[in-house]
Design a protein around this ligand. Structure first.
Ligand code: ATP
Ligand code: MG
Length: 381
């Protein structure tokens, strides 16, 4: 940090930590990304850093952002900005050198805290007392701030889930409720991020119930099935997994593909969501090892946590200690017996697999080959 701030100072650039890192630091929580605000445009910032042999990546020049790499750690440096034009989805911005102007375009009071490297805090809207009180409050007029960017409705619930304590700030909540229907025009990517981070947060279940009540879920998650399962899941989980938590608030017959498309989930995540929901993948408590083999460790853990079948703690313990083995034979072994390639080979291998599972995976390769031969001979004309 010192290297970075010294280089900026040498270039005549004033810099302050801003946003999440200051907020989280004030709460004594661990800090994820470090965002830094600077009072000069990106070209000047880039020159100053390069003069000090610091690597700079032009990650978002148009928005005023460059990433400085110091000792292989990235730091985002963003020039102070003001909004020139907003349409509820995206903003056109211009650079400024006024700190308060930059603060005014941020969303919530405690997200607009700035810290100088010597620890001096700049708090333009009483963010620190809101943070202490667990009050998520829009900067300025909530109605207007939501009209500028409708994502802020979702962000309100996200930050409440993480930092808020009941009751909601009245004017902020009312504005979110009044504008609930306007979140429909947002991009799936932006919504996904807020939805998943709300689910991740300690107050996620309350936040979703409040979003339901406010009508915020009508467009993006009409499938919402209530928070009962999520609350139970959160009590069991060692660490939160947003996608698993998403599964917990959906009915088991929800269309994971449609939800994945709507929220722009990766194919992999959509498939995982589907597998977590499908009743076919429930754990068979009478044969945990066979279930663990069939589902694979990751899905087995998901289902143990989501459904809590039987002694789910024992199921989790098993997943932590026992890795399902691989079937010691394959299609080539069937061909080696002189069988012709085709669906019959697959069916034979599956029959051996069922036999091997029924024997609790104890048969070795030789025994499996023996069973394969026995079945093949029995089938031969
Ligand atoms: P997290 O730790 O969850 O990332 P964060 O505060 O860093 O929290 P980001 O979404 O990364 O949240 O945004 C960084 C900062 O940018 C916020 O603290 C806020 O000041 C500002 N910001 C981000 N999105 C918006 C928005 N839609 N409207 C207004 N300000 C925003
Ligand atoms: Mg952030």
């Amino acid at each position: 940090m010192r290297t970075l701030f010294d280089a900026l100072a040498s270039g005549g650039i004033a810099a302050r930590f801003v946003g999440g890192c200051v907020r989280d630091w004030m709460l004594g929580r661990s800090i994820s990304d470090i965002d830094i605000a600077v009072d000069k445009p990106p070209e000047i910032v880039t020159k100053a850093l390069e003069a000090a042999d610091i690597k700079v990546v032009p990650t978002g020049l148009k928005h005023g952002t460059v990433t400085a790499i110091v000792k292989s750690r990235p730091f985002e440096l963003t020039t102070l900005r003001r909004d020139v034009e907003t349409d509820g989805r995206r903003a056109v911005v211009a650079f400024t050198d006024d700190w308060r102007t930059d603060a005014e375009r941020r969303d919530f009071t405690f997200n607009a805290l700035y810290a100088e490297p010597d620890g001096t805090i700049h708090d333009y809207f009483d963010g620190q007392s809101d943070l202490k009180a667990g009050r998520v409050r829009f900067i300025g007029d909530p109605e207007q701030r939501i009209a500028e960017d409708r994502l802020r409705v979702l962000r309100f619930f996200r930050f409440h889930a993480r930092f808020g304590r009941p009751p909601f700030d009245g004017p902020s909540f009312d504005a979110c409720r009044r504008n609930a229907a306007t979140v429909s025009g947002l991009s799936g990517e932006r919504v996904r991020k807020e939805v998943l981070r709300t689910l991740d947060a300690p107050g996620g279940a309350d936040a979703f119930d409040a979003m339901l009540e406010a009508g915020v879920l009508d467009h993006w998650l009409p499938e919402y099935a209530g928070s009962t399962k999520l609350r139970a899941l959160a009590a069991r989980e060692e660490k939160p997994d947003a996608l698993r938590r998403l599964a917990a608030i959906l009915p088991t017959d929800a269309d994971a593909t449609a939800i994945g498309k709507r929220l722009k989930l990766s194919t992999q995540d959509s498939v995982r969501l589907q597998l977590m929901l499908d009743p076919v993948n429930a754990i068979d408590t009478t044969n945990l090892r066979a279930s663990l083999y069939r589902l694979g460790t990751k899905l087995f853990i998901d289902r143990a946590l989501l459904d809590a079948p039987g002694d789910w703690r024992a199921a989790l313990a098993l997943a932590g200690t026992w890795t399902p083995p691989e079937l010691p034979i394959g299609g080539n072994d069937a061909l080696a017996l002189g069988l012709k390639p085709g669906p019959k080979v697959g069916a034979l291998i599956e029959a051996v697999e069922r036999w091997w599972i029924a024997g609790d995976f104890s048969a070795d390769r030789a025994a499996c080959l023996g069973e394969l031969k026995r079945l093949a001979d029995a089938q031969a004309p």
